[in-house]
Design a protein around this ligand. Sequence first.
Ligand SMILES: [Zn+2]
Length: 216
Amino acid sequence: MASQVQEANSTIKEIIENNKEWAADIQQKNPSYFANLSKGQSPKLLWIGCSDSRMAVDVLTKTNPGDVFIHRNIANRIPSEDLSALSVIEFAVKHLKVEHIIVAGHTGCGGVKAAISNGSVGILDHWLRPIKDLYIANQAELDALPDNERVDKLGELNVIQGVNTVSKLPVVHEAWKEGRELYIHGWMLQLHSGLLKDLDISVAGLKQVEDIYKLH
Ligand SMILES: [Zn+2]
């Protein structure tokens, strides 16, 4: 127990030390950096991704603090009734006026793997249940694939569903009606190469949305 606590403390100490080094390094290179950053944010991107620790958005996109507004949850789900996701999207679109919304999944997603199995993962069973439904809706196509490809294909279908959900939100439609440029993209992070794969499903305007979802 004692060694566990010591180990945890050393991890925390290292993080705090790293932070001090990082801040000092930036301050030295650009003395006005933090003064400017503290004035506010105007990111052009909203990233909706998986909570997986390997999806280090700033690192893998070489972006800086202030560049990307972020929402993450397990398996990058976007339920159309989820107050947290909806609040993030509305704030990003309406107030920050982002130009791109990226829905990003990743290969080997543990959430998708759990959804495609019969193992129980506690309260997550409820959160992942719609991914099971997605599997059932595409079962013939998915069952024809080898096990490792099946998880990633279902992950892609989950991203496609997320892009579809975002493209049907009234707050997004309002932005398009105002003539603003707003793109919704679906990407998959390939963990084996570090590369982002564009699923080529980008939505750029109301023309790409079925009429029934357009509200007056
Ligand atoms: Zn994941």
